[in-house]
Ligand binder design. Sequence first.
Ligand code: SAH
Length: 565
Amino acid sequence: MGRPVPAIVILGNGSLATARRIQQRYPDAVIHGLAGRVNGADREYQEFGATLRELYQQDTPIIALCAAGIVIRTLAPLLLEKGAEPPVLAVAEDGSAVVPLLGGLGGVNVLAREIAAALDVAAAITTSGELRFGTCLLNPPSGYALGDLELGKRFVSDLLAGESVRIEGPAPWLAEAQLPESQQARLAIHVGHAERQPNANELLIYPRNVLVAVTTGTAEAIRAALHEANIAVQSLACLLADERDMASSALREAALELGVPLRFGARSGAALEQARDAVPSLLTAIEINDSMAIVVAAEPLDPLLIGRPRGRLAVIGLGPGAAELMVPAVKAELARANDVLGYETYVRMAGPFRADQVMHCTDNREEMQRARHAFELAAQGRSVVVVSSGDPGVFAMAAAVLEALHESSDANWHNVDLEILPGVSASLATAAQAGAPLGHDFCVMSLSDNLKPWSIIEKRLDLASQADLALAFYNPISRSRPWQLGRALEIVAQHRTAETPVVLGRDIGRPGQTLRVTTLGQLTPDQVDMRTMVLIGSSTTCVFPRAEGGEWVYTPRWYGDKPAG
Ligand code: SAH
């Protein structure tokens, strides 16, 4: 089972060599370097505090190459909140010290030892349980779950006070733990999948070696069946269903509620057959009924090796370009992606990606082909992301993806977990910088006649202008469409005065962005290119000076006579 990929955060070029040595140990780790101070990091950040806190909240293991105090002060405001506690370590710039700071239960000491070994120094392990027993009893390896953390803490402090302990059940990882073992001990570590009330002197650890095969069933019914069979719900490793039920929201909810992965087998028929097929070293199989069976394996199960997952396809919007304008759901989706598809410029903008993530860059025009390719990958059980700039539903990939699905009769495509995640569209990002030019009713149009006849564009321009809607033009001009914008402006000018305010936003949210406020009378097509957003005001749109220079543009919320108050 994979561990999350660590982030190595550095403040200056002096740390780069040490960062690279750590990266050799974790090839997928991303080195974050302070912009303007570090040359050659994998990713640049602007602000140390905000970056560290964001990584922490996303549950990313953090290896910070700086003073421990800086890290502690930076993360302090987050420590009282409940939630993620990823491993956090401070490493001396020259690699001479490795200090685990936070995330004891997230395996920080394991990381500290690994990094220390890579740097050829000793880790500054301070956890007493660790030092004495060589492993943290409260953090069993993957494939095992601790029964109760609070009881566990008391148990460990009893052990530290000098008591001995009995080990019941198979616990291979404890063999090297140098525990003070004795058959007569009062304290016991009990490893097993049976349902059991812990008695006062017992540390319960559950192997995750149980699988429930279901065709239908709620979390409630699964819990009841496990209880009936005297099997602890903590030992449940995953649910297994028939691949024909991939789109079932009831099964998805059940798995979510039980906190286990939902996997799919190819075998149709009774649940018991499905389960038998999927589990290699079967210990017991219990058929509850036709639609549910419980199987217990001899060893902990790795859900990743059982059947296959439901594939996922997310069509995401990056926003205009700046990282701060990307919604968190999109960031999370990019982190979980196996495959990323899109026009090369946008795929690069969405990165950098880890070595295990596959980028599929294509030409901007091959949209339908890209959409079909995305479904083919997702139907294999992969997690696929299709990137658009701005919002994916605005002249971008979301409609192409849905069109591809609509045209397909392949059940595997329809079973994919498809989600569209929105982004800040260029018209809204541009409007926000200018003030509120779209503050009242407005009309969004693409001036590209690649996929629609020019006559319909003229008709819409004419009617929208007549209706006194503010206008937002995407794809205003390009080398292959040189005259269309001029013609469009002529049509608008038939219904609007020359003083009508116009906003031109170019590369908004990207390096070298420009914002310009002008008027319809002064606007000429040579001021506009394909990276420009054109906003044209309505008859009520106003402009007034800003204290810092330039102008504010807004379209009031009311129309006609200004309401009282
Ligand atoms: N899905 C995108 C729009 C794609 S159409 C979105 O929602 O923003 C491409 C057009 O969008 C470009 O021709 C340009 O008019 C506009 N555009 C996209 N990004 C922009 C940016 N950062 N600044 C200004 N205009 C942009």
